[in-house]
Design a protein around this ligand. Structure first.
Ligand code: PDD
Length: 284
């Protein structure tokens, strides 16, 4: 099956016209979203993702008219309806529908739309041999901790990556690495793992925190501190994390080899720990 949509609890075809012209998500990007991967028919870390959508919504003063349990149930309904085992579920809340004005209109109801689509596993060659990345200036706003619908900065960064034959754009702001266009960035030098702290300049990735937990369990030294572009280019290992990125090794940045240009042992160990967690939780 191709996939299906769910708008405020009602199933729709993916090509149906269901977005009213005056939906504030459509006209102003006034909303928040989440993306959850389904492995073996199970939405992975769905509770964590739904907790984050409540946080994102509250940071832009959208009051979600559903409970967390209802949002989780919508995910399960989409899986059941389509029978998809490997899929990506996207959810977004917009502030609602009203004549176009910047300030919040009174008395409108936030609108939930979701889609499920089949998901093809990440390229095993890239996973095994590592991906290429490019450094680009971070030109986004200063509330990157909110998973908001306004993704133009991320879209342009990713496009630059693709035009340069790269898997990801790694962004820097004020002389420090922030994150990827749709991933968090980890940098390893002399067995110390560095990743940017969860402030307003990055999204606090759910994969990021899962990996940090593993790293601490394995007794690696972890520094939640941003590094410079020069530091990352001279690192021993670099990898990216994200729902749709999983743990992706990076072996070249700006056409410069990272370390010896091969996937490093710490990256491999954390990658395997993450994939084993998916295996344990979703394929039993
Ligand atoms: N991206 N940073 C940004 C800017 C992102 O868009 C994402 C996720 C991440 C990683 O967050 P998480 O581990 O919670 O997925 C970091 C989309 C949703 C994705 O590619 O899955």
């Amino acid at each position: 099956m191709e996939g299906i949509g769910l708008v405020d609890g009602k199933f729709v075809e993916l090509d149906e016209y269901v977005v009213p012209i005056e939906d504030r998500g459509h006209q102003l990007g006034d909303g928040v979203y989440e993306a959850v991967l389904v492995y073996g028919g199970k939405p992975f870390l769905v509770v964590e993702h739904m907790e984050r959508i409540f946080k994102s919504a509250s940071m832009i003063k959208i009051d979600i008219p559903y409970t967390l349990e209802e949002l989780v149930k919508f995910h399960l309904q989409l899986v059941e309806k389509t029978g998809l085992k490997e899929a990506l579920i996207y959810s977004q809340f917009t502030r609602g529908i009203a004549p176009r004005k910047h300030a919040f209109p009174q008395g409108i109801k936030p609108r939930l739309s979701m889609t499920i689509r089949p998901w093809t596993k990440l390229d095993p060659y890239l996973k095994a041999n590592g991906a290429k990345a490019i450094l680009v200036p971070d030109e986004r706003w200063l509330k990157c901790n909110i998973k908001s619908l306004n993704l133009l900065g991320n879209v342009l960064a990713k496009q630059t990556a693709h035009e340069n034959g790269c898997f990801e754009a790694i962004m820097y702001r004020d002389g420090f690495i922030t994150e990827g266009a749709n991933s968090n960035v980890f940098v390893i030098k002399d067995n110390v793992i560095h990743t940017a702290p969860t402030d307003n300049k990055i999204l606090a990735g759910i994969t990021r925190s899962t990996i940090l937990k593993f790293a601490r369990e394995f007794n690696y030294v972890v520094k939640e501190e941003a590094v410079t572009p020069d530091f990352i280019l001279n690192a021993d290992e670099v990898f990216l994390t994200g729902t749709t990125t999983e743990v992706m090794p990076v072996v070249s940045i700006n056409n410069q080899k990272i370390g010896d240009g091969k996937v490093g042992p710490i990256t491999r160990k954390l990658h395997d720990a993450y994939m084993n967690k998916i295996q344990r939780e979703c394929y039993v």
